[in-house]
Design a protein around this ligand. Structure first.
Ligand SMILES: [Zn+2]
Length: 111
């Protein structure tokens, strides 16, 4: 039996709010967060976007988003701990842990 994750970082449901361009996340503790696509895109934790080994990330110098960069094209679960996002420009290397997603949701606000 796997050890159940705490409810606050256990997503029950993901959904798209296309008109508002936001990702909806329903958590097991009953909270529903609405994370705007641009917020999610800028928070991409991959090495290119976030930077690594002292190298600045994608948004360090040029914070403007290009065409398609913040169009969420697809999402997929990564094991039992994270969410992978595929963006309109083909970028798909970011894996958002549920802890990270919860943080982003807390900051973005309740749906
Ligand atoms: Zn990235």
């Amino acid at each position: 039996m796997p050890i159940p994750a705490p409810d606050r970082t256990r997503p029950l449901r993901f959904d798209y709010d296309e008109p508002q361009r936001a990702l909806l996340v329903e958590w097991a503790d009953g909270t529903v967060h609405r994370i705007p696509f641009p917020v999610l895109r800028r928070a991409c934790p991959c090495a290119v976007c976030a930077g690594e080994m002292g190298s600045p990330g994608r948004f360090a110098a040029g914070p403007e988003l290009g065409a398609g960069e913040d169009d969420l094209a697809d999402i997929g679960l990564v094991g039992a701990y994270g969410l992978n996002a595929v963006w309109g420009d083909g970028h798909s290397t970011g894996i958002y842990t549920f802890e990270r997603l919860r943080e982003l949701g807390e900051r973005a606000g309740v749906a």
